[in-house]
Design a protein around this ligand. Structure first.
Ligand SMILES: *Cc1c(COP(=O)(O)O)cnc(C)c1O
Length: 223
């Protein structure tokens, strides 16, 4: 890709509906590149490894107004660090993890924004709730009063064609609607965190409110 990070961010931002928040996924990206993204207007960064993220968050403390989004698999021994450094956790993938985060958040006096990660199709490579498991766990999740449960997050399995990917995103939106109909006091699903570089346009068509873009902004990196 020959254009600059700034140009790529500008052109994608310009194409997005105002209802969609762009999260710049900066895993494996240098702080210099992240400063460039900030200069182009990015205020939401997504990271998937706690250790890497903490170093960068500390290095970028001079930049005001950043929201940090954790999007990777969260091991329970890193939960406290995640709560200390991140305002948003998109990848809460089990009741056990949610309950642990709730207790830690209570101790720390924070109330993080949470997305519940769902697996719409079976996928051995990913964690997350299946639809029936999540519906079963809602009452317990609603008792996690220190968590601000705001949305659902999903990643379609690899290898689907675009109509299948669209179905995964649509099903996620329908699930959000089903959850809202249950009228739980503390769970209102306002956010759909779905869409990456290869499928964000499909996600937006299905109602995504947060898209998580890495490669298309920063170029390819070694993973
Ligand atoms: C890496 C990653 C992204 C960004 O993926 P790209 O294809 O580089 O845009 C989005 N979401 C999650 C959970 C990721 O791990």
């Amino acid at each position: 890709m020959s254009s600059s990070i700034r140009e790529r961010i500008r052109s994608i931002q310009d194409s997005l509906p105002s209802s969609v928040k762009l999260i710049a996924v900066s895993k494996k990206v240098s702080v210099a590149a992240m400063r460039e993204a900030y200069a182009a207007g990015i205020r939401d960064f997504g990271e998937s490894r706690i250790q890497e993220a903490v170093g960068k968050i500390e290095e970028l403390q001079d930049l005001s107004g950043i929201n940090w989004h954790f999007i990777g698999h969260l091991q329970s021994n890193k939960a406290k660090k995640a709560l200390t450094y991140f305002q948003w956790l998109h990848s809460v993938d089990s009741l056990k993890l949610a309950q642990r985060l709730n207790l830690l958040a209570q101790d720390l006096g924070t109330s993080p924004f949470i997305c519940l990660q769902v697996k719409i199709l079976p996928d051995p490579d990913k964690s997350g709730w299946t639809i029936p498991q999540l519906l079963d766990d809602l009452v317990e999740l609603n008792l996690c009063k220190s968590l601000q449960i705001q949305g659902l997050m999903t990643i379609p399995p690899l290898g689907l064609d675009s109509s299948e990917v669209g179905q995964v995103f649509n099903r996620t939106r329908e699930l959000a609607e089903e959850i809202d109909k249950r009228n739980l006091s503390d769970i209102k699903i306002k956010q759909l965190s779905m869409g990456m570089s290869g499928d964000y346009q499909l996600a937006i068509q299905s109602g995504a409110t947060m898209i998580r873009l890495g490669t298309i902004l920063f170029g390819k990196r070694d993973l």
